[in-house]
Ligand binder design. Structure first.
Ligand code: ZN
Length: 234
């Protein structure tokens, strides 16, 4: 099984983090494919913005356009069926007894990485890129550096391969993620991500705030708004 060392598969949900990771991959690798998961998330609008975000990126960055390959969408609705969380059921977002918000979907990233590797295996892609981060996150244990490193080892053992799992945002906060976007694609990319990406858990795209679209009140919006403010103040 030969994996192309110049190819990357980006887990691209349509949010700020994964859009920045996509630009990061496009600036480093010569062939980049994208992957999205439909797991019955309430903020399914996140998936709806993916095609236009990809099209805008290709239109405004011709050099990247040439590298952009296939976009894969995987139906993981079974995950929504077996989990009882505020992201997959109509429930109020709240903190649980174990200190994790009920937006945590158990097994989500473990499955995402495994499916990503299965696709990368078929497509001969060596690098897998994801926007998980443990700097200013919700405490999701499957976003942690140790989890990703353990998964890389497990996947490589289980598929007898040498995939590299990249997490360019692991140690930076949301403000630094905006700064990274500016470094990669200037204000054009910042504006594209601000208006084109979606992070809000409620799936609201009615009001365009300084920091982008969203309800302005959910944890994802709060984090995004704070990061934008800090980025612009810097
Ligand atoms: Zn929101």
């Amino acid at each position: 099984m030969s994996l192309d060392p110049n190819a990357a598969l980006v887990l691209f949900s349509g949010g700020q983090d994964s859009a920045t990771c996509l630009a990061w991959a496009l600036s480093r690798f010569s062939r980049v494919e994208t992957l999205g998961f439909d797991y019955g998330q309430r903020h399914v609008v996140e998936l709806a913005v993916r095609p236009s975000l990809l099209a805008d990126l290709a239109r405004q960055f011709p050099a990247w356009s040439a590298k952009l390959g296939k976009d894969h969408m995987i139906d993981l609705s079974v995950l929504g069926q077996i989990s009882d969380t505020a992201l997959t059921k109509d429930a109020e977002i709240a903190m649980q007894e174990n200190g994790l918000p009920n937006t945590f979907v158990p097994g989500r990233n473990l499955l995402f990485f495994t499916f990503a590797a299965a696709i990368a295996y078929r497509r001969g892609i060596k690098h897998i890129v994801t926007g998980v981060c443990e700097t200013d996150y919700s405490g999701y244990p499957d976003c942690r550096d140790d989890t990703v490193k353990a998964l890389q080892a497990a996947i490589n053992l289980g598929m007898e391969s040498r995939f590299v799992l990249h997490t360019p945002l692991m140690w930076i906060d949301k403000a630094a993620t905006w700064a990274l976007a500016r470094e990669l694609g200037g204000e054009t990319l910042v504006e594209l991500i601000r208006v084109g990406s979606h992070s809000c858990y409620q799936g609201t795209r009615e009001t365009l705030h300084d920091w982008g679209y969203g309800c302005g009140a959910c944890p994802a919006c709060e984090l995004r708004a704070q990061g934008w403010e800090k980025f612009r103040a810097a």
